[in-house]
Design a protein around this ligand. Structure first.
Ligand code: ZN
Length: 183
């Protein structure tokens, strides 16, 4: 089922999601719906708060382009993106490594808004799957960026927070319009 994506400035986007302590049938349905909703919106990631659910659960699929990362290790083993995408994960913690790189991002909760965001180029993320498996994901490129973007959502942080002050100034009117329309 396609879920309704909530837009900025919905307060749910600013909350830290609760950790998922028990994977119920409802949580599995939520994850399946989020994958469907992400594909329908042509996104590469979606976090539960973006469908109005304040939980530490997110989905990512960047496997349309195996070349968007230069390496991927899962629990120390070399993998292809297609092996783990679509990825559904809960209760993440992320260590970032590498110099910050700037790249353009969008967000399904901010239609028509894009911006260059500086983020570390590589991540080591420890996440859980719905089946209780622990995954340590080490990667770079678009996958590293998507993981950081989605994990930010689970802690109430948004990509506009990470824009340069010049870019923030430039989008002030756009944000004001969103506040008027969706606030
Ligand atoms: Zn987003």
């Amino acid at each position: 089922m396609i879920r309704t994506i909530v837009f900025y400035p919905d307060p749910v986007l600013r909350r830290t999601g609760d950790r998922v302590t028990e994977v119920t049938a409802e949580i599995r349905q939520l994850a399946a719906d989020m994958i469907e909703t992400m594909y329908e919106a042509n996104g590469v990631g979606l976090a539960a708060p973006q469908v109005g659910v304040s939980l530490q659960l997110a989905v990512i699929d960047v496997a349309h382009d195996e070349e968007c990362v230069s390496y991927l290790r899962v629990n120390g083993e070399e993998k292809r993106l297609g092996d783990i995408c679509p990825l559904v994960f809960i209760n993440p913690s992320v260590e970032t490594v590498g110099a910050k790189e700037s790249s353009e991002e969008g967000c399904l909760s901010f239609p028509d808004l894009r911006g260059d965001i500086n983020r570390p180029g590589e991540v080591k993320a420890t996440v859980e799957t719905l089946d209780g498996e622990k995954l340590v994901i080490e990667t770079d490129g678009l996958f590293a960026r998507a993981i950081q973007h989605e994990v930010d959502h689970l802690f109430g942080k948004l990509f506009i927070d990470r824009m340069s002050s010049a870019r923030k100034l430039a989008i002030r009117r756009h944000l004001k319009e969103m506040q008027d329309q969706f606030g």
